[in-house]
Design a protein around this ligand. Structure first.
Ligand SMILES: [Zn+2]
Length: 121
């Protein structure tokens, strides 16, 4: 499954960045996903539950921010979001535009962690 491999690599990256914070647990992971990345959020959430099992990410929340597709228009030089994925046209002048500037993102935006609890003496 496409989503499972995405989520697995996200989990790997998060665990790597946790090395600086021993004992910390992850409470939230925010992902930036382009509208063209062709992922289904429900599948992402489902796979996240599986992939984070028995990791420091277990029980954390996955927040998916969908990035709209924007194109740069060669005809008029403007850049903006397309109206629909079926129509790659410049939002300003209506010329066909295939120079995609945003919408293919697939990256971790932020990670929220909870530091290890202090031991009470
Ligand atoms: Zn244009």
């Amino acid at each position: 499954m496409h989503e499972l491999s995405i989520v697995s690599s996200v989990v790997e990256q998060v665990i790597e960045s946790l090395e600086k914070y021993p004992g910390a647990r992850v409470t939230e992971v925010r992902l930036k996903v382009g509208a063209l990345a062709s992922v289904v959020e429900d599948s992402l959430q489902f796979c996240y539950g599986i992939a984070t099992d028995e990791t420091p990410l277990e029980g954390s929340r996955l927040v998916v921010n969908i990035v709209p597709v924007t194109v740069h228009c060669a005809a008029c030089g403007s850049e903006g979001p397309i109206e629909s994925l079926q129509s790659f046209r410049c939002p300003s002048c209506g010329e066909p535009a295939s120079d995609i500037r945003h919408g293919r993102e697939l990256e971790i935006e932020s990670i929220e962690i909870e530091e290890a609890e202090q031991v009470e003496l």
